[in-house]
Design a protein around this ligand. Structure first.
Ligand code: WTA
Length: 649
């Protein structure tokens, strides 16, 4: 990946009024200033766009030491009402809420209006109630990218149940761990999913997970019609059990700080954390960020290519667009099926106005050449965005030039599962862009760069990215483990939220995210804890020790590099390498498949037994010149062996 970033490479925002009616540069400046000077007033005004059962009078109510985060605390609302019912009540029931583009371009798609969405969500909500789910209960959703996944999320929100969506690419073990962690008694799934014509055995995975944990009921949506097992008493076909449910289901009045959802995400240590988002702050944050960042105008078609199993899908397929009454496209398939032009074919077919995807997809499509793009009429596109990992300037330029016809603004949005929505980006009508830089902070966001000692860096500088003040969409805790929340995010630099990302701020105040500085890697925009892959590897009977690091990968951004030492008597072989790859896939899921297995007789350790990951990262990067001080190693010769092993590959 070539990374020739230039601080002075400006791409000017379009001069015409075709973008940016929501926010000009002058408006951004004054709104940003107000959001910091008087956050209560600013956020009360944003919150006013929502329907509240009880309008909040307390707006910001947070403290980072001790950590206690609340927003709109005395307000009451229901986010499903805001995403669905209020649009119908306002006479927009005929507006299309969701466009479903199926895996195969020949299969039948769906256009679901807000009125139909309301009917569907009520049906799902009453079905969940019929199975016993109620306010405060955790409901696991393990679904393909089909509208029923969205119905299930909104149905939970409607009845006050807490949804925990698990990405369809996760393994049975990963499902079991998550179901157990949040003590979820219900699972909503489908018979099977489809991705690039390949079957994803969702229900079979759930069955396998349920050999380890138990739930009260599994609700199964029929999608492919494939053969699956149904266990009497536990498993229910949605089309059967939903028969005859009531066609009314009032939205449960929720306190602003009542939990809305849990989403598991990887960190530096241990198993994935259940990041908890609450109702009011998340509602306001996703409504506001969607409105300003994507400069949305009524009637436009918005397409976010993420999966609803990730936070990007939560915030920008479901809650952000729907609260704004937008038309959101959801796509079941993959960018290269049936051919590498699928994204562009779908953009043309549905006249997509705003398109939002990940750098890994852009790089993969770039490799296939621009002819795939040129085949299609993309004149409907008005704004294109990127999320999930740093976008290298080369990919940025290609995206801008070929997908955006050299004219459409690109927004590079930096944010995290924990932040609930976009934190740093240029706004399309307000700011000129720089390829490779996310840009400027969104309203209310106070980024700060600190060095490793926690000293604050001013002006143009590079350091660790912290956020000094809370914002409405901030995660409130780790489900069931507030200490872990504090430990993970607020202990590295006391009194600040630490993002885990490295970042540079240039002389123009633009932020350039450089990637994770902790033991989290970003593989094709998917967050992965190196510790998770390590624990999967050492579960294998032949493995004695494993150390996993990220290394630069042309398409994926980062690849997974595994150093493995075998138990005495076991011999490395290509066959074993293949077996270990399969093993990790089975333990975690296909997204965790190791790219590189490096068998080594030993790992570099300090005398106290700590693995020196810095060295392992450098070796994986083929950067042998700057290994730094290796004299503290218990056995410095290990490094030579590792370098040899790397060079022989
Ligand atoms: C990375 C995804 C650079 C970053 C919304 C962050 C980015 C992690 C960008 C969060 C971006 C996300 N530029 N890096 N525009 N967006 N990241 O929780 O390392 O899946 O910490 O949330 O992705 O990943 P997560």
């Amino acid at each position: 990946m070539s990374n020739t970033a230039h601080d002075d490479e400006w791409v000017r925002k379009p001069a015409s009024a075709s973008v940016g009616t929501n926010c000009t540069a002058a408006q951004y400046d004054s709104m940003y200033a107000e959001s910091l000077a008087d956050p209560d007033r600013f956020w009360a005004a944003q919150a006013d766009r929502l329907d509240w059962i009880k309008r909040p009078t307390k707006i910001a109510g947070w403290n980072y030491d001790p950590v206690d985060i609340r927003w709109f605390e005395d307000g009451k609302l229901n986010i499903c009402h805001n995403a669905v019912d209020r649009h119908v009540a306002a006479g927009h029931g005929d507006r299309v809420a969701l466009i479903f583009e199926p895996d195969s371009p020949d299969a039948e798609g769906r256009h679901i209006t807000y009125a139909q969405l309301q009917t569907e969500v009520i049906r799902m909500a009453n079905t969940l109630k019929k199975l016993g789910a109620k306010k405060g209960d955790r409901v696991t959703i393990y679904m393909p990218m089909i509208p029923e996944g969205v119905f299930a999320m909104l149905a939970c929100a409607r009845i006050g149940a807490i949804h925990s969506v698990i990405f369809g690419g996760f393994s049975p073990d990963a499902i079991a761990g998550r179901v157990e962690d949040c003590e979820s008694d219900w699972i909503v799934t489908a018979d099977q999913g489809l991705r690039g014509s390949k079957i994803v055995p969702l229900k079979a995975n759930v069955d396998e997970a349920l050999e380890k944990v138990s739930v009260k009921a599994v609700l199964v949506v029929r999608h492919t019609g494939g053969e699956i097992a149904m266990r009497e008493g536990r498993d229910h076909w949605y089309h059967e059990v939903s028969q005859g449910v009531d066609d009314e289901c009032p939205c449960e009045p929720m306190d602003a700080e009542d939990p809305l959802f849990i989403l598991y995400t990887s960190g530096s240590t241990g198993s994935p954390k259940g990041v908890l988002h609450t109702t009011g702050g998340y509602a306001v944050w996703t409504e506001t960020t969607f409105r300003y960042v994507f400069d949305y105008r009524p009637g436009e078609v918005f397409w976010c290519t993420a999966d609803i199993g990730w936070v990007t899908g939560h915030s920008y397929i479901v809650y952000g667009p729907l609260q704004n009454g937008a038309t959101a496209l959801m796509f079941e398939g993959v960018p290269n099926y049936p051919d590498h032009d699928r994204f562009w074919a779908a953009c043309e077919k549905h006249k997509v106005n705003i398109f939002y995807t990940a750098p890994t997809a852009i790089r993969a499509l770039m490799r296939e050449g621009e002819a795939h793009v040129a085949k299609h009429d993309l004149s409907s596109l008005r704004l294109i965005g990127s999320v999930g990992e740093p976008i290298n300037p080369e990919a940025w330029r290609w995206y801008h030039e070929h997908v955006g016809a050299g004219a459409v603004p690109v927004i590079d949005t930096w944010w995290q599962t924990e932040t609930g929505g976009v934190m740093i980006t240029t706004l399309p009508g307000a700011h000129d862009m720089k390829p490779g830089s996310a840009g400027l902070p969104f309203f209310g966001i106070c980024p700060q760069l600190v060095d490793n000692d926690g000293d604050v860096l001013e002006g143009a500088a590079a350091g660790n990215l912290c956020i000094t003040r809370s914002w409405p969409g901030q995660a409130r805790t780790v489900y069931g483990d507030h200490d872990r929340f504090i430990q993970t995010y607020f202990s590295t630099y006391a009194g600040k939220y630490f993002t885990g990302d490295g970042c540079r701020r240039d002389a123009d105040g633009y932020y350039w995210i450089t990637g994770r500085v902790d033991d989290v890697i970003n593989v094709s925009g998917h967050r992965m804890g190196t510790a998770e892959v390590e624990s999967a590897l050492v579960l294998h009977a032949y493995v004695s020790e494993a150390a996993v690091v990220g290394y630069p990968h042309d398409i994926k951004g980062q690849g997974i590099y595994c150093y493995v030492t075998l138990k005495v008597g076991e011999e490395p072989s290509e066959e074993l390498a293949g077996e270990l790859r399969q093993w990790v896939r089975k333990e975690i899921g296909p997204i965790a498949t190791p790219d590189h297995l490096h068998f080594t007789p030993a790992l570099p350790k300090t005398r106290s037994g700590k693995i020196m990951r810095r060295i392992l990262r450098k070796i994986a990067e083929n950067d042998f010149g700057s290994l730094g001080d290796t004299s503290t190693l218990a056995d410095p010769s290990v490094v030579e062996t590792l370098i040899e092993g790397r060079q022989n590959r």
